[in-house]
Design a binder for this molecule. Structure first.
Ligand SMILES: [Ca+2]
Length: 429
């Protein structure tokens, strides 16, 4: 055994750290491997050749240039990293601490979304070379070589075969999931974004291969039914880019996209602006809002159904199914269109007292009043954003004020909103 005691980490396993930079195509452009598992995150980065080159401006980064589609000032290319990194001209990290103001919260959401590329790269890597899911029964030097080889093979396969969409990509940074894995600590994660990311060569198209993303499913109903729930990449028809979503593959035969998830004492405030509600926020693995524009883009592809899952104030799960669900475009205020109700939660979306039903309502946010309340803005009065009428029988986008008429009165414990194609075949069990 060549491994020294410094590889012996606090978990009492022999471990080492893989730190990587990934580009926008999920390929690794730099890896640093073999740092002691007992080292602090920031020390590993600082001691790596990459960290030193970044500090001394020795990396061959592209010239400063305006952001695409703007005449704005030239900006530097940046790497995005997590809290372990120190801020640098070429490195963006999240704001830390609680009680951040709106601008800082939005920045953190956007940064988190950008960082997801490298999280996905790790997910694709570990799902293809599944030895990385388990303790590696090799001496330390050979284990390091095996991981280096897996990273090189990952790039090789990525450039030729593209993304295997059939594998979930969520088991990456959630180290709690990795109970069997202590050889690798995915501690330090960076993704190269901005103009530098476009320099990577893409694979050559093959005959009959017109669209690099043609393998991506249009929604979670395109994921094979035997796959587990988790984070997947989908690409709605006619939409310019893929989306990262959570697919629920178990509830009532699966195939659902989670478009909203909220829980008691949520980490997010839900008190966001129109633009933020438009493009989404939160953590796709925890509480999040997918984005009303994306929900529209998904539901315009075909006919969808929805399930609203509500945890009442006793933590009992109830549901409301609507056999049709669509959201109109922004010009029409993202108006909600629902079909008929069945379920156990009660119909708090449509067949309820006139004036508070949400079916056929536009989407209202604190800075965009599209409700039917002539006396003011329901979102300003009651928080969050919803298909407010004058004002509500349900509201799910609130911190610790989740409401579903007849079930829980602002004290529901959680909610999840699921959508899938209306003609999705269910198992009879
Ligand atoms: Ca109003």
């Amino acid at each position: 055994m060549a491994s020294g005691s410094q590889y012996f980490n606090y978990k009492k396993y022999f471990s080492f750290v893989l730190m990587a930079v990934a580009d926008a195509n999920y390929c690794f452009t730099y890896i640093d491997i073999g740092s002691y598992g007992s080292s602090a995150d920031s020390a590993i980065f600082g001691n790596s050749s990459f960290g030193q080159l970044l500090r001394t401006d020795g990396l061959d980064l592209p010239q400063n240039s305006p952001l695409p589609g703007t005449n704005g000032p030239p900006l530097p290319s940046v790497f995005v990293g997590d809290e372990a990194f120190a801020l640098n001209t070429h490195l963006l990290r999240p704001y830390s601490g609680h009680n951040l103001n709106e601008d800082k919260r939005i920045f953190n959401y956007r940064l988190s979304r950008a960082r997801r590329v490298v999280e996905c790269a790790f997910g694709i890597l570990a799902n293809k070379w599944r030895v990385l899911h388990t303790p590696i029964v090799l001496n330390m030097q050979n284990a390091i070589s095996a991981v280096e080889a897996a990273c090189a093979l990952h790039n090789f396969v990525r450039q030729r075969d593209g993304l295997d969409y059939e594998e979930p990509v969520h088991e990456t940074l959630e180290r709690a999931h990795w109970t069997g894995l202590d050889i690798l600590n995915y501690l330090l994660i960076l993704a190269l974004v901005s103009t530098a990311s476009t320099r990577h060569s893409r694979r050559k198209p093959r005959d009959g291969d017109n669209d690099e993303n043609k393998k991506l499913p249009k929604d979670c109903s395109g994921i094979p039914r035997n796959k587990e729930s988790g984070v997947y990449v989908i690409h709605p028809q006619e939409f310019p880019h893929p989306l990262i979503v959570y697919c629920d593959m178990t509830t009532h035969s699966g195939g659902w996209i989670v478009i909203q998830r909220n829980s008691f004492n949520s980490e997010i405030t839900w008190d966001e602006s129109w633009t933020t509600y438009k493009y989404g926020f939160g953590n796709v693995e925890k509480d999040y809002w997918l984005g009303i524009e994306y929900i529209h883009q998904i539901t315009k592809q075909r006919v969808y159904q929805a399930r609203f899952v509500i945890l009442d104030n006793n933590n009992e799960e109830k549901y409301a199914d609507y056999n049709l669900f669509s959201v109109e475009d922004e010009a029409n205020g993202y108006r909600l269109r629902l079909g008929s109700y069945t379920g156990t939660a009660g119909d708090a979306m449509s067949s309820i007292t006139a004036g508070v039903a949400h079916d056929n309502m536009k989407f209202t946010v604190k800075d965009k009043d599209q409700d039917t309340n002539s006396g003011g803005n329901c979102a300003t009065s009651y928080g969050g954003a919803w298909w407010y009428a004058a004002c509500f029988a349900s509201k799910l986008n609130n911190k610790n004020a989740i409401h579903w008429h007849g079930l829980c009165n602002g004290n529901c414990k959680g909610s999840t909103v699921l959508i899938r194609p209306a003609d999705y075949c269910i198992y009879l069990d």
